[in-house]
Design a protein around this ligand. Sequence first.
Ligand SMILES: NC(=O)c1ccc[n+]([C@@H]2O[C@H](COP(=O)([O-])OP(=O)(O)OC[C@H]3O[C@@H](n4cnc5c(N)ncnc54)[C@H](OP(=O)(O)O)[C@@H]3O)[C@@H](O)[C@H]2O)c1
Length: 321
Amino acid sequence: MKAIKITRPGDSSVLELQEQPTPQPQSGQLLIRVRAAGINRSDIHQRIGGYKMDPTGQIPGLEVAGIVEQCGPNTSRWQVGDSVCALISGGGYADYVTVDERHCLPIPPNMTFAEAASLPETILTVWSTVFRWGHLSDGENLLVHGGSSGIGVTAIQLAKAFGANAYATAGSDEKCAFCEQIGAIKCINYKKEDFEKALTDIEINVILDMVGGDYTPKNLRLLAMDGRLMFINAMQGANSQIHIPTLMQKRITISGSMLKPRDANFKANLTADVEKQVWPLLTNGRLKPVIYRTFPLSEAAKAQDLMASSEHIGKIILEVD
Ligand SMILES: NC(=O)c1ccc[n+]([C@@H]2O[C@H](COP(=O)([O-])OP(=O)(O)OC[C@H]3O[C@@H](n4cnc5c(N)ncnc54)[C@H](OP(=O)(O)O)[C@@H]3O)[C@@H](O)[C@H]2O)c1
């Protein structure tokens, strides 16, 4: 099969299209013929050597959509020919990938493979962080930093669908207009305006933050009593000042999570929960995939460069013939 490999840590030129052995499904796994694969920010982190590197190189890619080609031993739910999308722990930039059958979801009716490949990583991350862990509930206010990211557009739409009010920050007026178009009550262009000042009259219950650094003191000041600050990255800085009395006075909870290293049973349980609670929103149109651009598999480097530029709104997808 053809696959994109990270040949060594570095810029996008280290991504090479190579001939690779097709993986074989093990117990509980399916072999999927990949038709589309989502690009995620952590693929770039992996490429530059941010995670422990397998010396023989790695195939990136944390989510795919495609067709079940083969069912391994001890699988029961899916049949050869089924269209599925799935969360995987790597290997998505390829013609074929193996996946735990419990991490697969049915492709909603009338959805393209590219659209379906844009769903698993963002929905599972937002569902686990904002709803299961952050307990965002009906009528509460959510602030999403990076509102135009793949994660951000999912968080805004899900908050609205579950009766919460979404606020966002993003780095341009165009991005902010888009966030408001998909359901944010207000989006602040953080390059023009201080988001803390702009939101000072709003009692924020949950903040989904991927920025860290000097956002943290502002986030803590914006949070309401019993507010929850949930980290999924720290793109601006890993260290922040925390004013402990603010935490104590408002009984704030600070937490964070990483989906990728969670074990297979956790991911299976989360996937089942998402299928029950979130998947119907894709059928009734209350949650829509947002795709900025697709690239052929051979242009994975260009796709990652576009993501690194942060020009995009929503998801960037690789299409696999
Ligand atoms: N922990 C987890 O399990 C988990 C899972 C999935 C994703 N994530 C993280 O969630 C974030 C979004 O992921 P994604 O794949 O959706 O990425 P993405 O689409 O590339 O979005 C990232 C956005 O963040 C903004 N940004 C970049 N650097 C920034 C900075 N220094 N300060 C403020 N904003 C900045 C950019 O938009 P602006 O124009 O607004 O700056 C950019 O579009 C990433 O950081 C990713 O690593 C974490």
